[in-house]
Design a protein around this ligand. Structure first.
Ligand code: ATP
Ligand code: SF4
Ligand code: MG
Length: 318
């Protein structure tokens, strides 16, 4: 039984004039216990929207139109929201949100913020929660004696560690980390990624790691799902996708990725930008940018087809 299963999920945002931004359009993913899935794609491709759908943290104009989200085979999409908050959110699945570092309350001590999060979700005393917060500080490589400091007294990397500590506060089985290193310099990025990797291994955590940078995923994730314009275009084991990318968009993303496993390659960016999801192109949504586009690509949407035991690709040329 997979830990998390998302099947054919459609999540659109309603905007002025009853128009819909098709942010997540027929997306399916599956995560097993202890597995890490990397969710990659350029800005605006729907990575955060998918994450927020799973956490049921969508803004009021975000609506799940159809599909399934199951955790340990239980329907967590249609379960009463109170029950979801009590039973699933933070205890089973937690989120390190995008721009997490600015999510801390600047006028509240960091330790108090973690304690508050623990008390909100679990029936423990303040003292117990404080002890747990200190243990979490140690776990993420922070000095517990700094538990009473304010956010501005921490560096960016340390604040990100605090956010990771908060995500771990209720011992979740799955952590969704949305661009956990994007605002950090390269050295701190490497430290945070190494922390995530260690935690994942030592706690046998499952993860969804969201990023637009494919090189980040290579060392941490067992599998990769590449999203383009609200759809998954390629999905498979990390090594296979790296060594033999099949979708032209994955090839483009890899060509634009600085260094993978130490190999140097000339960087080439993909011309153009992802489409406006209010009115995505017909057929294959990548066709306006694809060097291999043919007539059929402009008319018919390519289905995701199996190209290996655990691999799928959506491209008429594959
Ligand atoms: N509240 C909203 N209302 C309307 N449209 C939205 C809303 N939030 C996001 N969108 C749109 O949904 C699409 C997917 O956005 P999303 O933030 O999920 O992308 P992303 O892949 O996480 O991008 P990034 O890498 O920049 O974080 C985009 O077209 C975005 O403009
Ligand atoms: S379906 Fe056509 S346009 Fe889309 S990626 Fe494949 S070749 Fe390119
Ligand atoms: Mg995002």
């Amino acid at each position: 039984m997979p830990l998390l299963e998302v099947n054919s999920l459609k999540m659109y945002y309603e905007v002025k004039g009853k128009r819909w931004v098709k942010a997540v359009d027929n997306v399916s993913i599956k995560i097993d216990r202890g597995e890490s899935l990397g969710l990659a794609g350029e800005s605006g491709c729907g990575k955060t929207s998918l994450s927020l759908s799973i956490m049921r943290l969508l803004p009021p104009n975000g609506k799940v139109l159809s599909g399934e989200i199951k955790f340990e085979n239980e329907d967590i999409l249609n379960m009463g929201y109170k029950l979801f908050k009590k039973k699933i959110a933070w205890k089973k699945i937690s989120l390190v949100p995008q721009a997490a570092m600015s999510a801390l309350n600047p006028v509240m001590k960091v330790g108090d913020q973690i304690v508050e999060a623990i008390i909100f979700h679990e029936d423990v005393s303040k003292e117990e929660a404080l002890e747990r917060a200190k243990t979490l500080f140690k776990l993420v490589g922070l000095d517990p004696s700094r538990i009473n400091d304010y956010p501005h007294e921490f560096s960016g990397g340390m604040r990100q560690r605090v956010m990771i500590a908060m995500a771990l506060a209720c011992n979740p089985k799955l952590v969704i980390a949305d661009e956990p290193t994007s605002a950090l310099d390269v050295i701190v990025q490497a430290q945070i990624l190494s922390l995530i990797k260690d935690l994942q291994k030592n706690l046998n955590l499952s993860m969804i790691l969201v990023t637009h940078d494919l090189s980040i995923l290579s060392e941490i994730c067992n599998s990769i799902a590449v999203m383009y314009a609200g759809k998954i275009v390629e999905y498979g084991p990390t090594l296979d996708v790296y060594e033999d990318p099949q979708h032209p968009y994955t090839k483009g993303l890899l060509a634009a990725t600085p260094s993978i496993k130490g190999t140097r390659r000339r960087l080439k960016s993909i011309p153009g930008t992802p489409p406006d999801l209010l009115n995505p192109p017909p057929g294959c949504r990548f066709h306006p940018r694809c060097p291999y586009a043919k007539d059929i690509c402009r008319k018919e949407e390519p289905p995701l087809v199996k190209v290996g035991e655990k691999r799928v690709v959506a491209c008429h040329e594959v």
